[in-house]
Every structure is written in C-alpha cells, then in structure tokens.
Ligand binder design. Structure first.
Ligand SMILES: [Zn+2]
Ligand SMILES: [Zn+2]
Ligand SMILES: [Zn+2]
Length: 262
C-alpha cells in the first residue's frame, strides 16, 4: 500500500542483463556476439525500480551512465548495492549529475563490508574536493527494510559462492543477482512470490554463479508464475535460441524489459 492507503503502480525495468564482461564481449565472434537481435546487446546487470517519478537504482556498474541516459532516469532517490564487485559498483562516480541537480548526497544502501570497500575504492568521494560525487552511505543488514515510495524492499541473504550479498523482495517480486545458493531463511521469505528475477550465468556454472540447471531448479522450488533470467554470459547462446530451450514460465531477460510488480 502506498501513501493515503492507495496502491501505487510499481515497476522494475531491467537496465542490464549481462555478466561482468557485457555482451557482445570485446573481440568475440561467437553467434551471440555476432547476433543482430537487439536483445543480444546486454549491458552489465542493473535495474531501476520506479513508482511515478520516484526511482531507486539497483547497483551502479560500469554502464551506469549509459543506462541512466537510455532509460531517461533524470531523478534518482537512491541506490541499493547488492555487493562490492566491480560490475555492480564501477559506475558510482556518475551519480554526480544527480547530486548536482537534486542538491543531495546520494543515498547508497549497502552491507557494512561493502561500505568499507567503497571508502577505499572511492576514497576521493569522501573528501571535500569540489565536484566529487557525494555519497550518503547507509549500512544495512539482512532482514532490514529499505523504504521506497511508501513501500519497502525487504533485504534477503544470497550466497554468491562464499560471499553473502543482498537480494530483495518488494510486494510479490524478488530480485536475486549473482546467486550460487539461497539459504533456507531466504527461501522461506519467497513464499507466495509471483515474479522471480534470478541470475543464470552459463551452462556449467562456477563456484560463485548458478548454471542454467541450478537456476531452473530454484525457479521450480520457488514456484513463481514468472521467472526472468539475468546476469547472463554470451556462452548461453543467442537470446531467441536460449529462450526456445527453456520450459514455460521461464523468460530470458533483456535490457529494457519492464516488469509490473504485482
Ligand atoms: Zn561471444
Ligand atoms: Zn559478483
Ligand atoms: Zn556480477
């Protein structure tokens, strides 16, 4: 429910759906990287939650600036960082236009471990040097709620290999990137879910990322009507072919995909 008891229309737009190198990969001539299908042009994984004119970005990777321009996001209420890896944080410097236009320090919600990493990686932003992006880092823990447009994002623990990182649920949609395993308490918090957005790296998986089979296993276990795959490698093959190989209810995400939040 939103302000005054009215339900606000909430949407999640996928701004990037690739793993860390993006698709196409520089110098690669595989069928995916040569594809002319616009859905095979994938920026690094990120998304924006919107409610009217309010926007909350999920991660700020190396493509953040391009993603803001493409999606015409001109006002940002904050950024939720899932974790500290470069493909999720490297674009933070580009929050400057928002800080200048909105005259704010940009709220950035993240785990304490991620906050210390930002203080090293972006040390200059925590100085008084003129023109630096000003970050208002707000440390969070699993189970906390991040407020957004009169609603809340419930933060969930995701295991990215051995690294605990942040996923979230808002209403009946959950967004889980860089997943290897989901602890029992997170699975419990996903009951009654209608839309699941979950990462799916490649056919083999790695020590820190789900394979196709593992992602589909979680999709079945969680049982949402809609499952949308993100954080994909070019090795999964062109979008159309990969989509064809999947069971009903599983959708290959693409940059620009808009999901209504039930
Ligand atoms: Zn390729
Ligand atoms: Zn990662
Ligand atoms: Zn990643």
């Amino acid at each position: 429910m939103g302000v005054g008891g009215k339900t606000i229309a909430l949407q999640l737009r996928l701004l990037g759906t690739a793993t860390s190198q993006g698709v196409p990969v520089i110098g690669c001539h595989c069928a995916t990287c040569r594809s002319r299908d616009p859905r095979d042009k994938r920026l690094r994984t990120s998304a924006v939650l919107s409610a009217g004119t309010a926007n909350l970005n999920i991660d700020a990777g190396p493509d953040f600036r391009t993603q803001m321009l493409r999606a015409r996001v001109e006002c940002l209420d904050g950024i939720l960082l899932t974790h500290e890896h470069n493909d999720h944080t490297a674009g933070l410097d580009d929050v400057r236009p928002f800080c200048f236009m909105q005259e704010i320090d940009m709220p950035v919600w993240c785990l304490p471990r991620v906050a210390s990493d930002l203080k090293e990686r972006f040390a200059y932003t925590f100085t008084n040097y003129p023109g630096v992006p000003r970050l208002d880092v707000r440390e969070v823990a699993f189970g906390d709620a991040v407020p957004f447009a009169g609603e809340e994002l419930r933060l969930l623990r995701v295991n990215h290999g051995k690294l605990p990182i942040v996923g979230f649920r808002i209403r009946d949609l959950a967004y889980l990137t860089d997943v290897k395993t989901l602890p029992a308490e997170t699975l419990e918090q996903l009951t009654g879910l209608k839309t699941l957005v979950i990462s799916c790296l490649n056919h083999q998986g790695t020590h820190s990322h789900l394979s196709v089979e593992e992602s589909l296993g979680y999709a079945r276990q969680i049982g949402a009507a809609r499952t949308v795959l993100i954080h994909m490698s070019h090795r999964l093959g062109p979008h159309a072919e990969f989509q064809e190989s999947l069971p009903p209810g599983i959708e290959v995400g693409y940059d620009g995909m808009l999901l209504d939040i039930p």
